[in-house]
Ligand binder design. Structure first.
Ligand code: TRP
Length: 331
């Protein structure tokens, strides 16, 4: 894997079950990138504990998330797939980078402001320094590009600022990463509340990748729309229908024009179940493959062990360089 390919790092927290939004907005793009780039795809469990988690649930979701990554088409032979807490270099570099990050910078992070408002009784230091750990994730591997949703752009920019600062104090050490918001990515909104992003914590508006077909159909039939009749893309005035159209096009590969033409003159009573069916068909092989993999714990263990080993090898190169530059005695 030592070659000229650009390097990519991205991760998802095992803080909730993966959703159709995670697939269409992130993982589907990761799959498209795996041949052209050298990719590290991580399950960021250390980020997940910045808010309280149920331990048994998180353990289950972590393994399930790995199975789902593979079932979605990520090839463990082509990508380094691993669990963040299995590579202690993340925590080590995180501590160091925290000493090159300003309190004021972290105070300006909008996600911190939102999350601390939501978890008023548990605003931990970890929640506050979360972007520093994320910077360590990225910089450890000298990643060039970081595929993220728009909500994470600010964190990648902070990562870049930290890297720049470190480089200017100690000489070139880190590659400066760029956020990579792929054109193809679909921003999937909640089915119950189409003004908001589909979220793992909103079961009614959310399709989980492991949902059974009948649950998927029920949620689509109940999807919030509007009082008109026309199946037309109009984000401002018809957020619900526009979201369903986006989902339909992403699931079927049709263009928006094709989809609008297909449903012209038909009511929502025809359109909504059609979207549900397209999603059921899209998810069926993913769900079945994930279930098959989950029955083979030894295989999954092999994947995450090998991934962690490979990641540690790369991470150590950066970490030892950093330790030497800042004045730590070599081990
Ligand atoms: N903070 C990201 C999110 O919640 C997850 C994440 C952690 C991440 N470390 C990362 C994403 C490094 C990209 C790169 O979505």
């Amino acid at each position: 894997m030592e070659n000229q390919k650009k390097r990519i790092f991205s991760g998802i927290q095992p803080s909730g079950d993966l959703t159709l939004g995670s697939y269409m907005g992130a993982i589907k793009n990761w799959v498209a990138l795996q041949d052209e780039y050298e990719c590290l795809y991580c399950i960021v469990d250390m980020h997940a504990i910045t808010v309280r988690q149920n331990p048994a649930e998180m353990r289950r979701r972590t393994i399930e998330q790995l199975a789902q990554y593979i079932a979605c088409g990520l090839d463990p032979q082509k990508n380094i797939m691993f669990i963040q807490s299995h590579v202690p270099q993340h925590a080590e570099l995180g501590w160091i980078l925290g000493c090159y990050t300003q309190f004021g910078e972290l105070s300006r992070m909008t996600q911190f402001k939102d999350k601390s408002a939501k978890h008023k009784d548990n605003i931990t230091a970890g929640l506050f320094t979360y972007p520093v750990l994320m910077a360590a994730d990225i910089l450890l591997y000298q990643a060039d590009l970081v595929p993220v949703g728009a909500d994470q752009k600010q964190h990648v920019e902070l990562c870049r600022d930290i890297a720049k600062r470190f480089n200017s104090v100690y000489s070139e050490t880190f590659v400066l990463p760029d956020p990579f918001i792929p054109k193809m990515g679909a921003r999937v909104m909640s089915l119950a509340n189409p003004e908001n992003k589909m979220s793992k914590s909103d079961p009614d508006g959310c399709i989980y990748l492991m949902d059974k077909p009948e649950d998927v159909m029920r949620k689509f039939k109940r999807a919030v729309t509007d009082s008109e009749m026309a199946v037309k893309f109009d984000k401002e005035n018809k957020p619900g229908i526009s979201n369903l159209l986006t989902i339909y096009c992403t699931a079927t590969g049709k263009t928006m024009e094709e989809a609008e033409a297909q449903f012209a003159g038909q009511g929502y009573g025809v359109f909504k179940p059609a979207v549900g069916e397209a999603v059921v068909e899209l998810m069926r092989p993913i769900r079945e493959e994930a279930q098959r993999l989950l029955a083979d714990k030894a295989y999954l263990e092999g994947v995450y062990r090998e991934g962690a080993q490979h990641a540690q090898y790369l991470a150590n190169k950066t970490l030892s360089k950093v330790q030497r530059k800042i004045g730590f005695v070599g081990r």
